[in-house]
Write a protein of this length. Structure first.
Length: 201
C-alpha cells in the first residue's frame, strides 16, 4: 500500500516485485552459505539431507506466523552475530595476518592444515565472540527493546560489540603462545614467498 501511494500503481508494483526477487535471492544465497558451512563443519554429512533440514526449517518459519511478532528481536540477534563475526574476520585479516593466508591450507590440500586449530574451531575467535556478544547485551536488551547502558548505547550496540570483539582478538593474539597457535600458516607462507622470490630472480 505504501509503495503504491508513493510511486503510483506501476512503480509501486514494480518495487514490490523487485523486493520479492531480492528476498528470494537473499534466501537462496543464505541457504547456500549455511549448507556449505554445515558441510565444512561435518564433512560426513551429505548435501541433500542438509538442504532438506534447512528447507523444512524455513517452511516451518513461513507458516508459523510469528516472524512479524518477533521481527525486531530477530534483527537484534542478526545485528549481534553479524557485528562480532565481521570484527573477528577483519581483525584477523588486517591486524594479525596482514592480508597473508596459505591458499593450500584454505583448500586443505594434503599435508596443509594450518587452519584446523582445535577440532576445526579457533578457540580465540570463540572467546572473542563471547566477549563481543556480552558487550552487546550490556548495551541493549533486545527482548524489551530497551538500552541497558546509556553510554554504551550511545555508540550503538552493534558498534560497541564490534569494537570490543575487534580489539580483544587483536590484544589476545599478542600473547606469544596464542600468537603461535593462530599463525601456524607462517611457515607455509614463507616457503611460498621464498619460492616466488627465487622465480623472479
Amino acid at each position: 500500500d505504501w509503495m503504491t501511494k508513493v510511486g503510483g500503481p506501476f512503480w509501486g508494483l514494480l518495487s514490490i516485485i523487485a523486493i520479492a526477487l531480492a528476498n528470494i535471492t537473499t534466501q537462496a544465497t543464505g541457504m547456500y552459505c549455511w549448507t556449505i558451512a554445515t558441510k565444512e563443519m561435518w564433512p560426513s554429512l551429505k548435501y541433500r539431507p542438509i538442504v532438506a533440514v534447512y528447507c523444512a526449517w524455513l517452511i516451518l518459519l513461513e507458516f508459523w506466523g510469528g516472524i512479524w511478532t518477533y521481527y525486531n528481536m530477530f534483527l537484534a540477534v542478526v545485528a549481534v552475530t553479524c557485528g562480532v563475526c565481521c570484527a573477528v574476520v577483519l581483525s584477523d585479516y588486517f591486524l594479525l595476518r596482514k592480508g597473508k593466508f596459505s591458499i593450500k591450507s584454505i583448500y586443505k590440500i594434503k599435508g596443509h592444515n594450518a587452519y584446523n586449530y582445535s577440532g576445526g574451531f579457533n578457540i580465540v575467535s570463540v572467546i572473542c565472540l563471547a566477549i563481543g556478544t556480552t558487550v552487546y547485551f550490556l548495551a541493549y536488551d533486545p527482548v524489551n527493546y530497551a538500552p541497558r547502558n546509556a553510554t554504551l548505547f550511545y555508540f550503538t550496540p552493534s558498534g560497541v560489540s564490534f569494537v570490543a570483539t575487534f580489539l580483544s582478538y587483536f590484544l589476545i593474539s599478542k600473547i606469544p603462545v596464542v600468537n603461535k597457535y593462530l599463525l601456524k600458516d607462517r611457515k607455509e607462507i614463507a616457503e611460498v614467498e621464498e619460492k616466488n622470490s627465487k622465480t623472479k630472480a
